[in-house]
Design a binder for this molecule. Sequence first.
Ligand SMILES: Nc1ncnc2c1ncn2[C@@H]1O[C@H](COP(=O)(O)OP(=O)(O)OP(=O)(O)O)[C@@H](O)[C@H]1O
Length: 587
Amino acid sequence: MSTIDINSFWNQVLNDTKKVLADVVWEQMIQQALFPTGFDPTKAVLQLAAMQKYKMDFILGNAQLSTTLQQIITNLALKNGFIGEDESIHVIITAIDTNQSAELIAAYPLTATPTAPAAGEDAPKPASDDVPYGEDYTETYADNLYGRTGEPLPGEVMPPAAPEPKRPAPANLNLNRPVYTDPILIDRPTAPTDDYGTLDEGLFAPTYAQQGKKPNQDSLITLPEDTLKPDIDLSDSTLNPSFTFESFVQGGSNQLAYAAALAVAERPAERYNPLFIYGQSGLGKTHLMHAIGNRLLETHPSLKVMCITSENFLNLFVESIRSKQNTAFRNKFRRVDILLVDDIQFIQDKRYTGTQMEFFHTFNDLMTGAKQIILTSDTLPKDMDQMEDRLKTRFASGMVVTIDPPNPEMLEAILKSTIDRERVKYPSLQVPNEVIRYLGKQFNKRSIRDLQGALNSLIMSADVDHRLDAIDVEYTRQALRDLIPDDEEPALSIHYIQTFIANFFQIKRDALLSQKRNKQYAYPRQIAMYLCRELLNESYPGISNAFGKKDHTTALHAYEKISKEIEENKDSRRLIDEITGKLKGQS
Ligand SMILES: Nc1ncnc2c1ncn2[C@@H]1O[C@H](COP(=O)(O)OP(=O)(O)OP(=O)(O)O)[C@@H](O)[C@H]1O
């Protein structure tokens, strides 16, 4: 048996199935639904993953489709010399949303073997009537297989509409509606019925495409319900206009995420819904998500795009309950066309069950209305220990893409593009290639935020020293000695921790040491004080003094607050672990 490049084999399968299936069937049931995950030549087993179980069921349950797929795979395996004449390939499909597997075609004997006819030849006749191609068998079969314009023929297999949502009788709606007395402490209702009377199943309502409409064209902005829709309050949406596709550098570590994001920006609510962007902190998830929102607003200015962090969603939800504005809150989120939620892992804490429930219903409403949802997270759905299961499965039900830590080449490309932008502000700025290479190497596998923080520090210090046009490696090493722990193992000191934390949170060191009380500065300051105590065992008066505080209880208070938070909140624990690791040069 030859060795096989599974991707090129799958490309052949895609090509051949495209020739014999209607475009809509091929696109939705093969191209967008299946991808290969493994091939075992010794057992002649090909493993495929299906994006959703209902698509897997449809393929398996449809004799025409499954037979065609099985035969084409077997044919190609024979042609490539992977199997002998009388052998066939066993195709196992696993649905990634439920992890259920089944073997293709087990129920169907091999019959006709579709192969494209040579020019001038008639299309081959199927060998048996087991393949239900329709009433006018010969004609339909030949027409269906070859010279397709993509339009399905009458009676031909069509992709399924998504499972119909099960809506309870309207009379039950109010009975099951939970009463939010304290949003943070709400427990998940144990009743088997859906608590709002909305959708617990049947997330996938027919999309625009399934309804025969093109969502990325005028339909999204001119649908009657859109024009009749009352104005939606988007004042809480915080789309950063500088996070665009144009300013996002693509490379090996983010290629798939970039391609999926672009596809969503071009055809929202059609292919990857929800789009779940996963990756460690500072690798570009937020940037990419905002790029989708910005592009959509550029191409469809009337789209209602809501971009928010999950923390803000939680705060607004709590506030809406306090002020009895639940309806306004729901209208705000459930009527948008595009919902972008950053750091969705934040609401996974058990204390936020009420917010999770609210988000669940927001999610369902939007999906049934064929609206696009995009989520970012530093935790994969399956690893969100305290997130409700029904949310976890929904998060993973569309497309999950990962952004990996960048390699030096990628970092260099990002540096070059950032330096070009900085030159608008500092026209004399010159950063030689050797410095760019040096920084790329030093920040290998670290976050892009760290790298940008270092570049900012470098530019600021060169500006102060009047040598924006004379930056070299030695100067860079000196200027960034506190930020490059790998280079010359700087001793851990209060000064080092202060600089590190300021860069980590992207604030100025002066602001960290100032009296400013906004959370943006106060929280990093408390973390820095906590770390000075924890890692250096510095005295509270010493720490308070180093932060310009006269009262030594400031450091004590900060230490106690952060210690308590770590105990109670997994995300805070993770954040402090991440910072500690980096401070010690372990990550
Ligand atoms: N590929 C890239 N090209 C250009 N800039 C990038 C890229 N990736 C990240 N950045 C920049 O790095 C910084 C951090 O990125 P971003 O905020 O998107 O990270 P994140 O993954 O959302 O982090 P977190 O999980 O901490 O929120 C931003 O300034 C962003 O513009």
